[in-house]
Design a protein around this ligand. Structure first.
Ligand code: PMP
Length: 366
């Protein structure tokens, strides 16, 4: 008997391994590996989620109408150009399925979000990974990589896992250099974290063009990663294509009502953003003082490099920290074997992680 055979092109993919939440033999862990937002969600969102329990026998609104209208109201957008999904992963995935197939090329950065190369493989298209420039996307490098086969260009801005960002002028320059049939995806998952003044998440560019989509999420600064809600804002032809192939009820009912309350609670969001920015600065300064290479970040995480001359490696630090219950993201699978990604946590977690790294780097474990 022979086993069923999936597409040959997916067989060199390994199943995605998310940031760990547990370590064998360690009772209590602190998870700083998945860029979640420790400040937590709006209490109004949690109340709406709980109240939705009485309606679980119903299908949700397949068009996420109220949520799209709430997002449009808060961000000053056109609700008809918004699409919601089960996390922005859902939107990114459906985009690739709608626009690329065998023989097509999809461009992204070498150190960029993993979903782009995975889903590109899933549809049998060819991924083209362009080396980063100063840890962000390299606009000239991407433009040089464009061919007649290019269907999509992904830029995560700010970038995961590096935390670096491109100013809007660079995104505009990238867009201006792309042929009109290429879809430019500006993945702005970390937009709410950004404090740099020359940054823009991309909505105005979407409104001025036909081939751009901006993607956003409730998983980061809105602190609703467990609910899986994301959204996209794109040109009408792009949104139309996505609506044709997305799952009919892709955002579940409790997720829709909770996200509506979350987006309306901008006061709560502002507190989380301020907390994040404050600790981002503090942690950067303290970790640089320990001798680590910290990439300047506009996100809710920091990429920590272990200098070449250091006798210690990121892999050893990762083991040391995880044995003490502190789970960061070690990135050898991304081609960054001497880096760790640290999500900003609660104050005591941030302080402890600095102290643990200090002890580790001094070679004097407590
Ligand atoms: N884009 C980027 C750049 C991300 O880092 C992530 C989450 N790690 C996502 C998209 C997907 O987030 P979600 O599916 O939770 O919306």
């Amino acid at each position: 008997m022979s086993a069923p055979k999936p597409h040959s092109w997916i067989m060199d993919l390994a199943a995605y391994v998310p940031g760990r939440a547990k370590v064998e033999g360690v009772k209590e862990t602190v998870k700083l590996s998945a860029n979640e937002c420790t400040s937590g969600p709006s209490p109004k969102a949690v109340a709406a989620y709980t109240a939705a329990a009485s309606q679980l026998l119903r299908y949700p609104d397949g068009g996420s109408t109220e949520l799209r209208e709430a997002i449009a109201g808060v961000y000053g957008l056109d609700a008809s150009r918004i699409i919601c999904g089960a996390g922005s992963d859902d939107i990114l995935t459906v985009l690739i399925h709608a626009f690329a197939g065998p023989g097509d090329e999809v461009i992204f950065s070498q150190y960029g979000f993993m979903v782009y190369p995975i889903q590109t493989k899933a549809v049998g298209a060819t991924g083209v990974a362009v080396p980063n420039l100063k840890w962000a996307a390299d606009v000239d490098g991407i433009l040089k990589a464009v061919t007649a086969k290019t269907k999509l260009v992904f830029v995560d801005n700010p970038n995961n896992p590096t935390g670096a960002y491109l100013p809007m002028s660079e995104i505009e320059r990238l867009h201006a250099g792309l042929p009109e049939h290429v879809v430019l995806v500006v993945d702005s998952a970390y937009a709410e974290c950004v404090t740099a003044e020359d940054y823009d998440a991309g909505a105005k560019l979407v409104e001025r063009s036909t081939n751009v989509i901006m993607t956003r999420t409730f998983s980061k600064m809105y602190a609703l990663a467990g609910l899986r809600v994301g959204w996209g804002y794109g040109g009408p032809a792009i949104i139309d294509a996505l609506n044709r192939i997305r799952m009919p009820f892709n955002v579940n009912l409790p997720a829709q009502v909770a996200a509506v309350e979350a987006v309306k609670d901008q006061a709560h969001l502002a507190e989380s953003v301020a907390y994040n920015a404050e600790w981002r600065d503090k942690l950067t300064a303290e970790l640089v003082a320990l001798g680590l290479d910290v990439v300047p970040s506009q996100t809710n995480f920091l990429l920590l490099g272990f200098p070449e001359e250091s006798p210690f490696t990121a892999g050893e630090a990762n083991t040391y920290l995880s044995e003490r219950g502190y789970l960061l993201r070690w990135l050898p699978g991304m081609g960054l074997p001497n880096h760790l990604r640290l999500t900003i946590g609660a104050p005591h977690e941030n302080r402890t992680v600095v102290e643990l790294l200090r002890a580790f780097l001094n070679g004097s474990p407590e």
